[in-house]
Every structure is written in C-alpha cells, then in structure tokens.
Design a protein around this ligand. Sequence first.
Ligand SMILES: O=P(O)(O)OC[C@H]1O[C@H](OP(=O)(O)OP(=O)(O)O)[C@H](O)[C@@H]1O
Ligand SMILES: NC(=O)CC[C@H](N)C(=O)O
Ligand code: SF4
Ligand SMILES: [Mg+2]
Length: 483
Amino acid sequence: MIGTNPFDDDKLHEECGVFGIYNHEESAAHTVLGLHALQHRGQEAAGIVTFDGRNFHSHKSMGHVADNFNSQKVIESLPGMSAIGHVRYSTTGGSAMRNIQPLFADLSSGGFAVAHNGNLTNAWTLRKILVEKGAIFQSTSDSEVMIHLVATSTYTNLVDRVVDALRRIEGAYSVVALSQKKLIGARDPLGVRPLVLGKLSDDTYIFASETCALDIIGAEYIRDVEPGELIVIDADGLTSHHPFPAKKPRPCIFEHVYFSRPDSITNDRSVYEVRKNIGKELAKESTVEADLVIPVPDSGVPAAIGYAQQSGIPFELGIIRNHYVGRTFIEPSDQIRHLGVKLKHNANKAEIEGKSIVLIDDSIVRGTTSIKIVEMMRAAGAKEVHMRIASPPTTNSCFYGVDTPEKDKLLASRMSVEEMAKYIDADSLAFVSIDGLYRAVGETSRDSNSPQYCDACFSGDYPTPLTDEALGEDNKQFSFLTD
Ligand SMILES: O=P(O)(O)OC[C@H]1O[C@H](OP(=O)(O)OP(=O)(O)O)[C@H](O)[C@@H]1O
Ligand SMILES: NC(=O)CC[C@H](N)C(=O)O
Ligand code: SF4
Ligand SMILES: [Mg+2]
C-alpha cells in the first residue's frame, strides 16, 4: 500500500477557468472557444462534458485546449445543446487524468457534471466523513466532494440537493454544473472567485470565469453572478436563488493584480484600468529618478503604463517576451521555472544600455523572475535598476484556488523589503501599499474592520475557516494511490 496524502502534493497550484452554455446547437465548439480564452487560468488539463438530450459525452485531456480540442472529430464526439468545460491548474489532487474536470457521476436523479474554480478548505474533513460512510472516490481532487454531497443529500429536488451540498463546504468556489435538464452556476457566499453571466440570444445563456470568454463567442455580458447566488437555467428560463445568509463579499483582489486577463471585466471593473491605477499609485508612493520605465512582460505591462503616465518617465519595452513559453509562475518544477524565465524573456539591449531603469512587475512570489530579470538588465548595461512591484509583498499562501507555494517558499515571508532588494540585486525595491492597492480598485482605503476584498496572501486575514489546515499534516494521512 502506498501511503500518501491526497491533499498534499508539492506541485504548483494556480487557478482554473470554467465555462457553461445552455441551448446552443454548437455548444461544444463554443465551449472550446470559451476555454481557449480562459487558457491563462489553467494549462495543465482541459475537459468538456455535453448533454444531447439522451446521453452525456465527455472529452478530457492533459495539456492545452488548442492542442486537444482542435479537430472536427473531437467536436463531433461532443454533441448536444448544452455543455460545461474546465481548464485546470490543480490546487488539491495532483496533475493526473482522473482529476481532470468536469467531474461526472450518475446520481439517482440522472447524470451530473461539475466544473469548479476555487479550493475547498474543508475538503479533507468532508472526504473522511464520506469515505467512512462508504463513498468511493474516483479522484484526489477536492472538487469531487461536491458530487458526493449532492449524491447523498436527502432532498429530492436537484437544486435543493446542490444547495444542501454547497452549505456544507467551506472555502472558495465558482462552479458550473450540468444535469439532464439544467445548467447551474454558483458562487460561494464571499464571491472569492469570479463568475459572470452572458447571453448569446434570448434563451442561450453562458457562464464563464471571465468576460473574455464571452467576447470570443460574441456573447453579451449581462452581469456578474453575485456572491452567494445560484442561478439555474432550464426550459423555463433563468431563476436566481440566494440560499445562503448574506455576507459582505470578499472577492479575490489578486484577480485584479495578476490572474484575470486585462481585457476582462472583473467585479464590475476593467482589469486593465485597475492595473494601470496600481501603477499610478505605485508612482505616487515610490518615485525614483530614472530614464525609463520598463515592464516585465506580460503581466507587468499595464501597471508600467500607469507608472510611466503618473511619473512622466518614458515607457519602453526593454524586455521582449517569447510568446511560445507558458507562464513561469505555474510551471511544475523549480528547475523548469528557473529555465523558464530565461527562455521567456530577453533584454532589448539597445534600449537598456547606459540607462537608469525602473522595472515594473505585478508581484514577487518566489523571486525567480526578479532575480533573473535584474541580472539580465545589468548584463545588458543598465546603469541603475530599480524594481517596483504592483502588489504588496506576498507573505501568505492562498487556500482558495490559486498557486502560491507554502509560506516558507514565499520570498516576502522570509525577508524584509531591504533583504529582498539585496537578494535580487536591485538598487532599490518598493511594493505598492495595501491601501494603494485598494485605491486602485476604487476604494478610499482598506477597511480593516471589514475588508472589501480577500487579500489574505498580503495580509494573512483569511475570510473563511481553514478547517483542514488547522488539522496539521500529520492528522491528514490517507492510504491512497499516487496520482
Ligand atoms: O517571483 P516569481 O516566483 O518569479 O513569481 C512572480 C512572477 O510570476 C508571474 O509571471 P509569469 O512569468 O508567471 O507570467 P506572465 O507572463 O503572465 O507575467 C508574475 O507576473 C511575476 O512576474
Ligand atoms: N485552481 C482551481 O480552481 C482548481 C480547482 C480544484 N481545486 C482542483 O484542484 O481541481
Ligand atoms: S489569498 Fe490572495 S490569491 Fe487567494 S483568494 Fe485571497 S487574495 Fe486571492
Ligand atoms: Mg510576470
């Protein structure tokens, strides 16, 4: 027997993207496009489940959407007028075939598929209870707990059973679910992860993690699914439910900093505008005399534009990015990540040589990117290299569906800002303040009594109980097949 803990891998973790469409002749093809637009949220694996009025169909694959859903044969294997899809970056349960979503099960009420973005903070605790009662789990993913809770709920109607299941889970979830008759979209009571509602025609509805997935299929953005809201779409149209006690929302502020695509609207705000605002706040808080503002592409670009506009220092592309390399933050080993930074960025020497530069990046996580980029700028002849970061120091891990490694691997949890500056060999280093970040999203400051966003990775203030985490690793051992 192999003794491992299914909820403890040392893989890197990030986001996922979800998509759902109801009542469209080309539901699978639209889902492929939607997932392609959400590819930045998860590049490990992708999956689609459709329903054709009689049977469910599924295609899942490790890797990118464009590489695995690119043939007519695959699309034809997914017939039906409704579909849900998922792009995955694992947070709980390894990067394995059996953890690819949507997850599917035959319930007493019929087929049921679920796609989940987020991470449940009591998944292990619930799983243990369910296994003791005889549940046979098929995956090591936290998301599967939801299916078992729906399956074993004593309510008779499917929507009640879903609500019953969601009431028992803690943590973050934006889910889309598909049954024979219904497409369901739901967001956790705090609305930590995003989910939007769109429309293609009078009775063709769409759910997606971000509005960029609506744009790609020409759908109209209607509104965000509200925190704590569950929307059911079926032959009778759309019904909205608010089954949880009302809470002040705490959407993830890191979506604005890094995760969402800049052309998306998240929490009613343009991600691009917010990123530019963060750059402006950063310039106000941490001015420096320099010849050029240089973004660390891609994610540092909007903040660098804001910084340049506010400071009046010219903006130049001093680093060129190779677009055929994925996001380094989410590559699956330290070695590859280190190599990734070199493969990905190159100095535009002609611009850099002899200049004092302000480098702008959105975040420092492990410091892998910063250390290489500063070194690269110096090798290209930069006179001075000042680094400015468009988020506060990332000092805490995320338990809500985003890859931040264990706390001790986060550079800012181990070092002061001065120590980090030395470590990355920058002439100066500064981060935007937490209030500066809140100003950038339109608030006057962070309300410390009742924060408007989840910002736990900067503040350590987790908005939900961390039930599994509190048990400690030693108490969470399971005998389990490795992924
Ligand atoms: O301190 P680190 O551990 O290096 O992580 C932080 C870096 O990772 C991300 O970029 P990434 O290269 O992943 O993606 P991007 O191209 O979207 O900016 C982020 O934008 C930072 O640049
Ligand atoms: N990043 C995510 O949202 C992942 C969803 C889910 N927790 C999984 O690991 O599959
Ligand atoms: S801990 Fe950070 S990354 Fe995670 S949900 Fe909260 S703000 Fe977002
Ligand atoms: Mg980056």
